[in-house]
Design a protein around this ligand. Sequence first.
Ligand code: ADP
Ligand code: MG
Length: 341
Amino acid sequence: DPQLNTHYTFDNFIEGECNRLARSAGFAVANKPGGTSFNPLMLYGDVGLGKTHLAQAIGNEIKKNLSDKLVIYVSCEKFCQQFVDSLKNNTINDFVNFYQAMDVIIMDDVHNFAGKEKTQDIFFHIFNHLHQSGKQIILTSDKPPKDLSGLEERLLSRFKWGLSADIQIPDLETRMAILKKKMYSDGIELPENVVEFVATQIDNSVRELEGAMVSLLAQSTLNKKEIDLNLAKSMLKNFVKNTHKEISMEYIQKLVCEYFEVPVEMVKSKVRKREIVQARQISMYLAKNHTKSSLKTIGNFFGGRDHSTVIYACQTVEDLIETDKKFKTYVQDIQKKLKSS
Ligand code: ADP
Ligand code: MG
């Protein structure tokens, strides 16, 4: 299948605490597509943590063992585009028949269905058809089904039928193992202390981890220098600088207010309405964690409050993240927007 990328396999997917359930459920599905209760299998987690890799590995494993199975990998975005095209070209039936003929469908990044009602409707029918005929459905998403917004309830309820398994950021040891495996397959040897240094510094995404290693290799070739700790340190300084732009309190305030649909000036005011207080406290919390501003500066910025108010706000937000799942999703959503800007 041209849609499957054969580089993504179980063999080169390093197992860790962070992905154990997802990986083993994926492996079970790969060996018995449609024949387990993991249908659909939904893999979810933040960007760059291996969802696409694992989903593709399942597809490749199925083709390896059961070569006559029809397996399709498609990103949700591409599916939506194909749907629009087929509407335009009057080929809706072909479109639906194509997908309904599959034994396995792997759809990547289903959060991109948000707001696309017509495409969701079509997918709902394809989903039902495949599921009823015992065909395997594999989905990936940046959130668990219960936290996905902009998706129709009946589709979401289908997504919850099987198993949802999360993929988290690997711990240091696993990050080092991933780096080593990658280098090994590229025929490169890195000193242990360099591997450890890079894996310690980059702790948010496997994709960035790989990106850092690629720059390290490039630097070493360009400058004809050996890869050692010094080179790694100087490279990472630039790398981290490039990927983590300065974030201003102004910008945090704007994002938070947009997110909760509250007027910007309210956050700096004395208003004590619940949603305003919430926006204000989250803004302070994000300012503390994503800017270099002192508590005093933060308090000043958000309406001339003192540093103890900022401490209290941060504590409140941290407590709510622990106890209130919805709240946690809000904060994570905003954080994602902050980082991707
Ligand atoms: P996502 O789809 O979640 O954004 P990807 O599947 O694209 O993430 O993974 C990003 C990169 O990290 C890919 O090159 C992938 O091969 C690699 N990667 C992620 N997790 C692992 C892992 N556990 N073992 C090996 N490589 C991994
Ligand atoms: Mg992906």
